[in-house]
Design a protein around this ligand. Structure first.
Ligand code: GAL
Length: 512
């Protein structure tokens, strides 16, 4: 018995798998073509006069040469990398046309820049260190993440934020989970009150420069309390100063995590729940930089004042709709069904955030080892499908350096990503079929409708949909988005086998 236990622990913590386990990681999506395939969203928001940085995501064999028609004068394009940089143009809408060419072919796609008040007009996509390295992030690991995303195709699929989570500052000595590493226990602020990164981040600006040069945006983290959730320095009482510092370091995103707030302050009313987030929101408004404001109150309990109702009004670009995802896995259906309740509150620039895509190889905070998610592959398909259909931020938080072919395939299906990035920004509408099966029906900007068919039963199920029952009154061409194949013409009903605790994602476009 002990031997068996030791053997299982060995596989679990070293990450060595049996071939039977590996076989079950079935890949549905064909690999990207050698010809260029542009994956930019159709619409992109920025604020006039601020720094602009966008790397055009494009799959296909490199070298690829990019051309952009209609580029405003304040912007320039690096034709080899596809990075657009410069200053955001005067307020207005700019209709661009992107062309990507390699020795195998050409692809073109439109790209509308709206220079106005809003950023993140489609859900943002990226990587966050938390479930990979927990309290041990370093400058080198952040840079490595960007390098890996460029080399393994994640960046070409659209993932362009690289984010540090908690633990880049110095920790309090007395801590709920004491930090043993003396290099993370130094001075938390200097004599003028400026926040100090710990020794693993020797030069924040050099690090963000590195990310920016490669076309990535950089994310940082803090808390409105004295301590962050892991017991590191937070921003309580230093909100304006810290916001300026993050901007000077050229960060593009701040995740603001409630943690021990309110410390000693009262916390009973809606005003008190809003207060710390409003405070940083005001500080960020004074800064001439497009900084995505990610609200994280995690519980979203009644006491927290229903953040989805006011997060947008105080400048938030997204807000967590529930507690940490690791507490809920593997039941991602539960997380999604909670998030969907708040569908009406999200719109382009203001998103519900059901937390990370915690897939692939994960860090183990206690042992420092790694393990592969134990979630069934069917459910992993459902996980990504739900986040796509809900228009949730797509943030992969796992060991990016260890990403396997299955997980990469899950994250880079351009048809699934396009559903997430649709400019209407709708969260799929819930149609309950019965206790254990439901549909998410999402209308796209081009008149097509995508239906996610979800099966929470532990056996595969045959599911039939009469299209008129979900408001589709004509006949349709039917496409399987995971497999990227056309599966029917001229249909008014549809039937398929949906795997146990899994899904099918089907797109219906009007038959011409
Ligand atoms: C939690 C938060 C996680 C992670 C962690 C860091 O409150 O929900 O996403 O940021 O804190 O300590």
């Amino acid at each position: 018995m002990l031997r068996l236990f030791l053997l299982i622990s060995f596989f679990y913590f070293t990450g060595i798998e049996t071939s039977a386990q590996q076989d079950s990681f079935y890949i549905l999506t064909p690999p990207p073509p050698v010809q260029p395939r542009l994956n930019n969203p159709l619409v992109y928001g920025c604020r006039s006069g601020n720094d602009f940085l966008y790397r055009i995501p494009c799959q296909g064999e490199r070298p690829i040469v990019f051309t952009v028609k209609g580029l405003p004068k304040s912007l320039r394009l690096d034709k080899n990398s596809g990075v657009i940089s410069g200053k955001s143009p005067a307020k207005g809408t700019y209709q661009l046309n992107v062309i990507a060419k390699n020795k195998h072919g050409v692809n073109t796609k439109s790209f509308k820049i709206i220079s106005g008040e809003k950023i993140a007009l489609t859900p943002i996509m990226g990587w966050n260190h938390w479930y990979a390295y927990f309290d041990k992030p370093t400058d080198a690991l952040i840079r490595q993440a960007a390098d890996v995303m460029l080399s393994n195709g994640l960046a070409d699929a659209g993932y362009n934020y690289v984010c540090i989570d908690d633990c880049w500052t110095n920790a309090y000595e007395k801590n709920r989970m004491p930090i043993q590493d003396s290099l993370r226990l130094k001075r938390r602020r200097d004599s003028s009150g400026s926040i100090l990164p710990n020794d693993y981040f020797p030069d924040m600006k050099a690090m963000t420069d590195y990310l920016h040069q490669k076309g990535f945006k950089a994310g940082i983290y803090s808390s409105p309390s004295k301590r962050t959730c892991a017991g590191f320095e937070g921003s309580f009482g230093y909100e304006e100063k810290d916001a300026k510092q993050w901007a000077q370091w050229a960060f593009d995103l701040i995740k603001y995590d409630r943690c021990s707030y309110p410390d000693d302050a009262p916390y009973n009313t809606l005003e008190q729940a809003k207060y710390p987030y409003e405070k940083l929101g005001q500080a960020l408004k004074k800064i001439n930089r497009d900084i995505y404001y990610s609200l994280c109150q995690y519980y979203g309990s009644e006491k927290d004042g229903d953040v989805w109702k006011w997060g947008g009004s105080i400048g938030g670009n997204s807000w967590r709709t529930g507690t940490d995802i690791n507490a809920f896995l593997p039941d991602v259906f539960k997380v999604a069904l909670r998030n969907i309740q708040f569908a009406a509150y999200q719109k382009p620039g203001e998103w519900n955030d059901p937390d990370f895509l915690m897939l692939g190889w994960l860090g183990n905070r206690r042992t420092g080892g790694i393990y592969r998610t134990t979630m069934h592959p069917n459910t992993q398909y459902a996980y990504v499908s739900l986040w796509s259909l809900m228009a949730s931020p797509l943030f992969f938080s796992s060991r990016i350096d260890k990403i396997d072919a299955f997980t990469l395939n899950l994250l880079t299906n351009h048809e699934i990503i396009a559903i997430n990035q649709d400019p209407l920004g709708l969260c799929g509408r819930l149609v309950t079929l019965n206790e254990k099966q439901f549909l998410l029906v999402k209308e796209l900007h081009d008149g097509a409708t995508v239906v996610g068919i979800f099966n929470r039963n532990s056996t595969d199920m045959e599911i039939k949909i009469n299209l008129k029952d979900i408001g589709l009154k004509e006949t349709y061409d039917v496409r399987d988005c995971w497999r990227q194949v056309l599966i029917g013409h001229d249909l008014s009903s549809f039937q398929t086998t949906v795997p146990a605790i899994g899904c099918a994602v089907i797109k219906f476009s009007k038959t011409n």
